[in-house]
Write a protein that binds this ligand. Structure first.
Ligand SMILES: [Zn+2]
Length: 64
C-alpha cells in the first residue's frame, strides 16, 4: 500500500496500490497523473504477467 498525494497541494487523496492512476484533487482541482515507481515498466508486448516477467528477464540479460 502506498499513499496517494496531490502533486500540487500534497493533500492525501487515499491509500492503495496502483500502477497508473489519474485522480483529480478535490481541493486544488489539479489533475494528478500518478505512476507507481516501485513497479518496473512492463513490456509493451506483454499481454500477461508471465510474458512481462520473461520480457524483463530478456531485458536484464541483454543489458550492455
Ligand atoms: Zn491538490
Amino acid at each position: 500500500m502506498q499513499e496517494i498525494r496531490c502533486g500540487n497541494c500534497h493533500k492525501k487523496l487515499g491509500v492503495g496500490t496502483f500502477q497508473q492512476l489519474n485522480m483529480k484533487c478535490p481541493r486544488c482541482k489539479t489533475m494528478n497523473n500518478l505512476r507507481a515507481t516501485s513497479t518496473p515498466p512492463a513490456c509493451p508486448s506483454a499481454s500477461n504477467l508471465k510474458d512481462a516477467q520473461e520480457c524483463q528477464i530478456t531485458k536484464s540479460t541483454d543489458h550492455r
